[in-house]
Design a protein around this ligand. Structure first.
Ligand SMILES: Nc1ncnc2c1ncn2[C@@H]1O[C@H](COP(=O)(O)OP(=O)(O)OP(=O)(O)O)[C@@H](O)[C@H]1O
Length: 775
């Protein structure tokens, strides 16, 4: 039966509507009672937040058009739809009684009497029969979507637009996390193994029948993961012989017909309408008299429900906070992805502690919270906007929805158009918001990993900065051999000022104390030859991966370059919070103990600690310094001894510091070589960084003008920038791929729908043939 109504063209502009009170809230939308100024007619405006939408705007528009093409007295039709700010507004007839869920929550918490159920369900079934005949699947049949108007007319709402808001039309899933509850979901939809068809709506219809009978859907007190498992593993729910004595056999039988796991064995809506149970259906007046008459206006009920729910939740939240958090984690982890693999599901479900007995009440609170997400505004855990009153609305002359006023329109309007800029704007996850790791089909959050037993050691960043380096004797011997040749013991490191001081002093004094520059150069040449002989040496610089690994093999092989890079990188890792990687400490001689002293002076990357102060055997007091970062690693190149820096140059004799200065110069030379080596071996793909490194290399060659630590800091930050750029590029690529996936999925949905339409027709024909044959 199709509805013949006067064709009114509703205005497609927000300014033509005056929003009144909020009358409902779904996962991605708010519904308002509103006044259409042009016709002075009360309507319902559903404002869908496009930010939460996965589909592109064209697709949503198409769906909205589809919804307005619906023409059946039992289907809520869209008068019109348009984009306002970052929301899609769908203008619909106002259903003053609200949803069956609202009505139950307000006055029938244990469910309705059978004649009322029969009446409500018969009208719903008529709607389904029409929708299926048109080749569509509703996908969200539940009491929250069975709406009643003040005259007792029953309409199935929420068809079309919302469905396309989610990938593949799966209503319970949004972009990142699972929303709603799978209570109404058919097993084949959960499994998603062989696809599903309109028979999925028949399952949901059966569940809705139970919901209307009890005031809640079966399994609704359980967390979603458990609901999934129970739906898949348990026998289908039904009316219980003992508990549900008040209901007829016919009702029980009708439900049992719908809740058959094999979809092909479920009846069509058309066939089900002929079931004897529906003979008990009454008129719309009956509904008015029995369920609507004593109800307060919808918006008042909605507000009252919100308030009670918020209060109840607040009351329970304190003692059961932890419990809820755990449940929320299960909720996020378990069902944030939709193509469930049953094996995965079982593994996940096995991890859920079965403590229903002891925490039944808590779970109920939780499940109500969960249920509220899918059903309407009853979820007080989410920030709830104030219900708009008339005054609020009057101030909103442009008719913007107050609660969405701060959503950035630039982020939203045309998903297809925004993609370019958005792709390039991809930013890391905001602080405090952790991106899940995708493990199999489940999203695992960092917290989950960190919380898991035995994971701490390997994952948590370590505070200890002084972990001993994994050296073997070989390494040490090589270092020492080299050092013996070059610096006779102590190794040295100086910052820019010291290099400058040293050069100035050298120029002025022409001193020949300690090894000459030539001898240093000669020993450096020896070192170079030695490295040339070392065939593996080059490999140590071969790839970025090697650099990132910073493994001890490299350190063993070369006393300078690889150790430096390993040191730099391991330090970088540490700085980035990646732990479990041995870091060089520069304290092989046991100076580790000293490093525990409190820092009393910080010089750039150098920490001078009170316990670092030592007396040199043959010189004035010199403070040893503890280096962090690359400087510390560099120090190890030539040292099995502490590193010295002049502290109070006026009291240091030239003779005492000369050998150290010579050594420092030598180390600087080696470092320059190491850096040049690194530059030469940099991955050709990383041309830009190579260029910058070359630039740095040339700066470095004038040793007097740059300190090694500054130089390395530059390289580090350059490398950091480079990596960040790479991360950003990967993110962009990821976004592009998601977009692509999205459009493929949408295409898939379209094809699925076409297929369903064909299947439905064939099925109908088959049934007709069967019926004809029966006759
Ligand atoms: N035309 C309408 N008249 C009156 N109330 C409505 C109308 N449409 C929706 N509502 C109310 O608003 C609530 C929210 O509707 P909406 O369709 O956004 O969410 P839902 O279907 O409950 O949730 P979800 O979209 O997450 O499945 C409904 O449950 C219903 O109570």
């Amino acid at each position: 039966m199709e509805e013949r109504v006067e064709k009114r063209v509703y205005p497609a502009s927000a300014s033509e509507y005056k929003l009144l009170e909020e009358i409902g809230e779904g996962s991605s939308a708010k519904v308002y009672r509103a006044l259409c100024l042009m016709f002075n007619e009360v309507v319902a405006v559903k404002s869908l937040d496009l930010d939460k939408c996965n589909s592109n705007l064209d697709e949503i528009r198409r769906e909205a058009q589809l919804m307005s093409l619906m023409n059946h007295p039992n289907v809520v039709k869209a008068h019109c739809s348009f984009v306002n700010d970052c929301n899609l507004w769908v203008v619909m007839p106002y259903m003053g009684g609200g949803s069956c869920l609202h009505i139950m929550k307000a006055a029938f918490s244990d469910g309705f009497e059978e004649p009322i159920i029969a009446t409500l369900l018969k009208e719903t079934l008529k709607a389904l029969e029409y929708i299926h005949r048109e080749g569509h699947i509703h996908r969200d049949v539940k009491a929250g979507n069975i709406l009643v108007d003040v005259n007792g007319a029953v309409k199935l709402g929420d068809f079309g637009v919302s469905a396309c808001m989610f990938e593949s039309g799966d209503r319970q899933r949004s972009r990142n996390t699972f929303v709603g509850t799978p209570c109404w979901m058919a097993p084949e939809v959960m499994e998603h193994l062989h696809g599903y068809n309109f028979k999925a709506d028949i399952w949901s219809f059966g569940i809705t029948a139970l919901e209307l009978a009890h005031g809640h859907a079966p399994f609704s007190k359980y967390p979603p993961m458990k609901v999934l498992l129970m739906t898949l593993q348990n026998a289908p729910p039904g009316l219980n012989y003992e508990r549900d004595k008040r209901f007829s056999k016919s009702f029980k039988e009708m439900i049992a017909m719908c809740l058959v796991k094999d979809p092909s064995k479920r009846p069509t809506a058309e066939k089900l309408l002929k079931h004897s149970f529906f003979r008990g259906a009454r008129s719309s007046d009956y509904l008015v008299r029995h369920i609507l008459e004593n109800l307060s206006p919808l918006w008042e009920r909605v507000k009252a429900l919100k308030d009670t729910d918020a209060a109840r939740l607040a009351e329970k939240q304190m003692p059961f906070g932890e419990q809820e958090e755990r449940s929320q984690n299960e909720y996020k982890r378990g069902v944030s992805s939709w193509n469930f693999d049953v094996v995965d599901l079982k593994v996940q479900a096995a991890l859920i502690q079965d403590d229903d007995e002891t925490h039944g009440e808590k779970e109920e609170a939780m499940s109500k919270q969960v249920q509220g997400r899918g059903e309407n505004q009853l979820d007080a855990s989410r920030p709830q906007p104030a219900v708009n009153n008339g005054a609020d609305v009057l101030q909103q002359s442009d008719c913007k929805v107050e609660t969405n006023a701060d959503v950035h329109s630039a982020d939203i309007l045309m998903p297809s158009k925004l993609s370019d800029s958005a792709k390039h704007m991809s930013t890391p996850a905001p602080v405090g918001k952790k991106e899940p790791l995708h493990i199999g089909r489940f999203d695992v959050f960092e917290d989950d990993i960190l919380d898991s037993p035995g994971s701490n050691d390997s994952i948590k960043p370590r505070d200890d900065d002084h972990e001993p380096i994994a050296n073997n004797g070989d390494h040490q011997e090589k270092d020492e051999t080299f050092l013996d040749e070059s610096s006779e013991g102590d190794s040295h490191f100086m910052d820019r000022q010291q290099v400058d001081d040293h050069q100035e002093w050298e120029e002025q004094s022409g001193s020949d104390t300690g090894p000459s520059i030539e001898s240093v150069a000669a020993s450096y040449k020896d070192h170079e030859d030695e490295r040339d002989r070392d065939k593996d040496h080059q490999q140590a610089f071969q790839t970025n991966d090697d650099l990132l690994r910073g493994n001890s093999h490299h350190r063993d092989r070369s006393p300078s370059g690889p150790l430096t890079s390993a040191g730099v990188l391991s330090d970088r890792r540490h700085a980035n919070g990646v732990a479990g990687i041995p870091r060089p400490t520069g304290s092989r001689d046991g100076s580790e103990e000293k490093l525990k002293g409190g820092v009393f002076q910080k010089k750039g990357r150098f920490h001078v600690t009170s316990e670092d102060v030592e007396l040199m055997e043959d010189g004035p007091p010199i403070s040893t310094t503890r280096r962090s970062g690359s400087a510390q690693a560099i120090a190890q190149i030539s040292s099995s001894q502490p590193i010295f820096m002049a502290n109070g140059a006026t009291t240091v004799s030239v003779a005492a510091i000369m050998p150290h200065l010579q050594g420092l110069l030598q180390v600087a030379t080696i470092q320059q070589d190491t850096i040049m080596n690194l530059i030469n071996n940099v991955n050709p793909g990383e041309a830009s960084i190579a260029q910058r490194l070359n630039h740095l290399g040339s700066r470095c060659s004038s040793r007097s003008s740059i300190g090694i630590s500054d130089f390395l800091a530059d390289i580090q930050s350059d490398r950091e920038r480079e990596l960040m750029q790479q991360v950003a590029e990967l993110q962009c690529r990821n976004t592009a791929l998601s977009d692509e996936l999205q459009s493929l999925k949408l295409r898939n949905v379209q094809l699925e729908r076409q297929l369903n339409a064909i299947y439905n027709k064939e099925e109908e024909e088959r049934i007709r043939r069967e019926e004809a044959a029966d006759k």
